[in-house]
Design a protein around this ligand. Structure first.
Ligand SMILES: [Zn+2]
Ligand SMILES: [Zn+2]
Ligand SMILES: [Zn+2]
Length: 429
């Protein structure tokens, strides 16, 4: 890779951070990192390949633990050095299964025992990661103690006594570190497929209007500039979903990362008014309806989920604008339920309505916004709404080129779709 264009520095009031050492432009590729350790997570009930994190139609089970799955013999073979010890542990506690965090911490420990240099520790090592132990709530402490007990039970086959652990390792502290330094790994469709530790990237501090973005290619973390960045300017990403009013972002950041965000957006509470615009009672009802609709989708009850969405959207008519963040949550649910039931025209209508909030509340260059625009553009294309489809796809492409890069498979896929769409439009004329 070309010369690194950023460095570690002391960020006033934030501890360590990263800052630019050269002027950066939107879309500039800044870093690609391999995880120190990672695991899969359940995504909508479907598991990804334990090695490459792809979601193929068919997965093969590890013949020994029968729990971990791979897309094929090649991934299984490559995964074996990291799975060998874990496999014995997984087998030893069946029919129980470790929680995802316990499995991830187990992998961190096996990696530490190997004691090999890891490129993702180039700027910041696992041992340097913050644990925020002194800031933990009683609830978090209790949770980590429970997890530590589960971990001991899970690892007993390979680590029968504390003396077998890496020297000086404190399990409680390790759970605290993992909790505030884990990156959710999502695939190109923005579904969560895994969780990983990338120590050097933990140096990136949070901002609710960040100047960098992270996307993943399989298990690799890719960092890009989202804006023009001046020399010595701090690099920031967002730790939370930005489609939330400042109060909710703050409480999420406090709960999970133990800090108070003092960014401009939080201090001015600039976007809050638009985010929660509309009738207060309707907001309460919509929050409830959304969580119910989501749960039904997780249970595979798509029709019932759609019925709830239709009913609340109907009752919100004139009470909540589509730019309201709770309303957009329901619109998203309704779109997914319609897609699942092949009701594409209705899906297209909901999708179009979601865009108002996506445009209003996400930063200009944001992967979630690009993926949503692409999804809606596809639906419009399927429905012969060609001029609209073209416009939506072009908007998506401009963002994807920056967030994912010119050569990413999604960017290329969208370029082909746009060409098809343009050709179809000419034929219609
Ligand atoms: Zn695979
Ligand atoms: Zn296995
Ligand atoms: Zn903030």
């Amino acid at each position: 890779m070309a010369e690194r264009k950023f460095e570690k520095f002391r960020s006033p009031g934030k501890g360590n951070g990263l800052r630019a050492t050269a002027p950066l432009l939107p879309g500039d590729l800044l870093y690609t990192a391999k995880p120190f350790a990672y695991t899969t997570c359940k995504s909508g009930g479907r598991l990804a390949c334990d090695f490459c994190l792809g979601i193929p139609d068919r997965l093969l089970r590890c013949s020994s633990c029968k729990l971990v799955k791979y897309c094929g013999a090649r991934c299984q073979k490559e995964a074996w050095p990291d799975h060998r010890k874990e496999c014995k542990c997984l087998k030893s506690i069946q029919p129980k299964e470790p929680a995802e965090t316990v499995r991830l911490v187990g992998r961190v420990i096996f990696k530490l025992l190997k004691d090999l240099p890891c490129p993702s520790e180039e700027l910041y090592s696992l041992s340097e990661l913050q644990s925020n132990i002194s800031e933990l709530s009683d609830e978090m402490r209790e949770g980590f103690s429970q997890l530590a007990i589960m971990l001991q039970f899970y690892l007993q086959k390979e680590i029968p006594a504390p003396s077998h652990l890496p020297a000086g390792l404190n399990i409680f502290e390790l759970f605290a570190k993992v909790a505030c330094n884990t990156f959710s790994i999502c695939n190109a469709e923005m579904q969560d497929v895994g969780a990983g530790i990338y120590p050097s990237m933990s140096l990136l501090n949070h901002d609710c209007n960040p100047n960098c973005i992270i996307v993943f290619e399989g298990k690799h973390l890719i960092l890009r500039a989202a804006k023009e960045i001046q020399v010595e300017e701090e690099l920031t990403t967002s730790y939370v979903n930005l489609m939330m009013p400042s109060k909710e972002r703050q409480s999420e950041l406090k709960r999970q990362y133990s800090f108070e965000c003092k960014c401009r957006k939080c201090q001015t509470q600039a976007a809050d008014e638009l985010m929660v615009a509309g009738d207060k009672q309707a907001v309460m009802e919509t929050k409830k309806a959304k969580s119910k609709a989501l749960q039904l989708q997780l249970d595979g009850k798509w029709e019932q989920s759609l019925a709830i969405c239709r009913s609340i959207l109907n009752s919100n008519d004139g009470r909540l604008p589509d730019g309201n963040v709770y309303q957009v949550g329901v619109l998203d649910c309704a779109m997914d339920a319609c897609i699942s039931g092949c009701l594409y025209e209705e899906a297209c209508m909901y999708g179009k309505r979601t865009l108002e909030a996506y445009r209003l509340h996400y930063p200009d260059m944001c992967p979630s916004k690009a993926i949503q625009l692409m999804k809606v553009g596809k639906l419009q294309y399927l429905h012969d709404k060609l001029p609209e489809a073209l416009q939506t796809m072009k908007e998506a492409l401009n963002i994807l080129k920056v967030t994912h890069g010119q050569n990413h498979k999604l960017t290329l896929e969208l370029m082909y779709m746009l060409k098809d769409c343009e050709a179809a439009k000419c034929t219609v004329k």
